[in-house]
Write a new protein. Sequence first.
Length: 203
Amino acid sequence: MEKFTKLRAVAAPLPMVNVDTDKIIPKQFLKTIKRTGLSKGLFYDLRFDEAGRPKAGFVLDQPAYREARILIAGANFGCGSSREHAPWALLDFGIRCVIAPSFADIFYNNCFKNGILPIALPPAQVDLLMDDAERGSNAVVSVDLESQTITGPDGGELRFEIDPFRKNCLLNGLDDIALTLEKQAAIDGFEDSQRASQPWLYA
């Protein structure tokens, strides 16, 4: 998993509440277990009509936001089903940070497991960042995970809270597999001991 330390990037505004995981990545894109190529389905129903023709005006398709790496969203982002494809699709597009007043629990947890930093802030602070994001390509926001701060285009600074364990995992690029492998020596020691005392298990 790619480490998350500091991110300075264009922030895209998505002033919608209750954006569920089916809206983030519709069900027809869930046939794969690969984490790549899913950006084509990201917010598909908002970006394309029933014939697959692009709709005009969706924020991430606007030239100013095509390189956005931060998404400013409304409350209860990521609600609905627990599909992990939702953070996969965001990450495949290039989104590394989502800022909203609140998140659905499973989506929130899945973000950390995939190298995305979800930040929950009071609605008034999200509104300030949403206004900043409306500036298009000038909406450059900096997120510093180590200091737990967000700096807006005008230099205003906001502080966010994060669980220390999750912070450590992101700073060091540790997903569940990497966390397990940190215990490799202990795992090997246990297996050696068990192999000696219960060899029939390894026959």
